[in-house]
Design a protein around this ligand. Structure first.
Ligand code: ARG
Length: 458
């Protein structure tokens, strides 16, 4: 396709290092769609004859049918998906195929194909994330009243509800979806017609191809268009941040499934056994989601480093943009699906969670709050008095509410009988009814809003 000025062909090592067909064949649908849009535009603008435009379109349909049936052939001599398709088109329709590349370069072609691919990937991951949100909301509604210990520093802090905990992940995924949507919106401009770097002298209609491919408009600067990979980076950085959330959720399940916690029994379908220890049930899917986050973050770093030193416009380094994006999409898709299954099917041990919430003096803050509210004591002093009560209970190995009133009054005479009502875990969560707090009534409001946003009914 470009041999005119060369006396010799490339060495085998040149062919191998140059070939992107082993991975960019994944772009074949987008490449065919963009070529069809380009050919129709060339015909409509009178740049190629109507007959040639028709022949090219029919030929591209035939190539697509072959790819669909038999896969894309991998011939390193043809370098990439663009030359592979054009070469097959020439075999099928003859010299008219040579007119397809008028007013186009592989530089704007690959930029267009790849934007289309990333756009599809965003739509796919968004659907997956929505399903995960639905699972979270459904399980949160089931467990709006299920009390568990809330942690800071992974130390028992205050009682919360499992519903509240699950809805925290709903919020993270909501932000992830909005990041992907933002990336999609910003990248939905068509580079096609920027040609090699400077635009073209042919009277093309960039609005027409942009519209045919579902882009909002053509890009504004041809140099930027062929050398911009921000759309891929926006996708990878959104994917990276999303993978952190999935990894944190996976980590919760891993901790909760461990025997000392036993907060959850993982679904058999997402666990594995040990080849030596018959009793084991391992949270491998969750561990791999946690592991994949590292690889997904790596893909974003990889493309940033590829791009950082490149002058305008296209450089061949940019061919390395695709493997990280394909890898991220694959790993993220698997991770979202695994966590959706985990959330939907996990058996939560609410008995164990409640038991754990009752240990660890999770309602100590409620004692301090009671002293502030009922006895008018400044919070700092109340904090100190409560500390003494916890110390006493701990020395006896009993819960706070197991201390007698006489014991409590020995610590501070202002403590009265009414304090016991504040010390139960139920009273503790019910009291935290501030907006976004863990009180079941409050959590139910947030669940109703989420259901509404997801179209699940109020
Ligand atoms: N396979 C190439 C890529 O993915 C297509 C663009 C080639 N352009 C060029 N000037 N050699 O980047």
């Amino acid at each position: 396709m470009w041999g005119g000025r060369f006396a010799e062909g490339p060495s085998s090592i040149m062919r191998e290092i140059n070939a992107s067909i082993p991975f960019d064949k994944a772009l074949w649908r987008q490449d065919i769609a963009a070529s069809k849009a380009h050919a129709a535009m060339l015909g409509a603008c009178g740049i190629v004859s109507a007959d040639d435009a028709k022949a090219i379109e029919a030929g591209l349909n035939e190539v697509a049918a072959e790819y669909e049936a038999d896969g894309v052939p991998e011939d390193w001599a043809l370098e990439d998906i663009h030359m592979t398709t054009e070469s097959r088109l020439a075999e099928l329709i003859g010299p008219a195929a040579g007119r397809l590349h008028t007013a186009r370069s592989r530089n704007d072609q690959v930029a267009t194909d790849f934007r289309l691919w990333v756009r599809d990937a965003i739509d796919q991951v968004d659907a997956g994330l929505e399903a995960l949100q639905r699972a979270l909301v459904t399980r949160a509604a089931e467990h709006a009243d299920s009390i568990m210990p809330g942690f800071t520093h992974l130390q028992t802090a205050q009682p919360v509800t499992l519903g509240h905990h699950l809805m925290a992940y709903y919020e993270m995924i909501r932000r992830d979806r909005s990041r992907f949507a933002d990336a999609r919106k910003r990248s939905n401009e068509s580079p096609l017609g920027s040609a090699a770097l400077a635009g073209t002298g042919f009277p093309i209609d960039r609005e027409m191809t942009a519209q045919a491919l579902g882009f909002d408009k053509p890009t504004a600067n041809s140099l930027d268009s062929v050398s911009d990979r921000d759309f891929a980076l926006d996708y990878l950085m959104s994917a990276a941040q999303c993978s952190l959330h999935l990894s944190r959720l996976a980590e919760e399940f891993i901790i909760w499934a461990s025997q000392p916690f036993s907060f959850v029994r993982l679904p058999d379908s997402l666990s594995t056994g040990s080849s030596i220890m018959p009793q084991k049930k391992n949270p491998d899917a969750a561990e791999l989601v946690r592991g994949h986050a590292g690889r997904i973050v790596g893909t974003a770093v990889s493309l940033m480093v590829t791009m950082k030193g490149l002058p305008l416009a296209y450089s061949k380094d940019m061919q390395d943009d695709k493997p990280p994006v394909f890898e991220a999409a694959n790993l993220l898709g698997l991770s979202v699906a695994a966590m959706t299954g985990m959330v939907a099917e996990a058996h939560f041990r609410t008995d164990r969670m409640r038991q754990a919430a009752e240990l660890g003096y999770a309602t100590a803050t409620d004692l301090a709050d009671w002293l502030v509210r009922q006895a008018g004591i400044p919070f700092r002093e109340a904090h100190h008095i409560t500390g003494a009560a916890v110390k006493l209970a701990e020395s006896r190995g009993i819960a706070l509410e197991a201390l007698s009133l006489a014991d409590l009054q020995d610590i501070d005479g202002r403590i009265g009988e009414g304090v016991y009502a504040a010390l139960s875990v139920e009273a503790s969560v019910a009291a935290r009814a501030s907006h976004g707090g863990t009180a079941p009534a409050e959590v139910r409001k947030r669940i109703a809003e989420a259901r509404e946003a997801l179209g699940m009914g109020g």
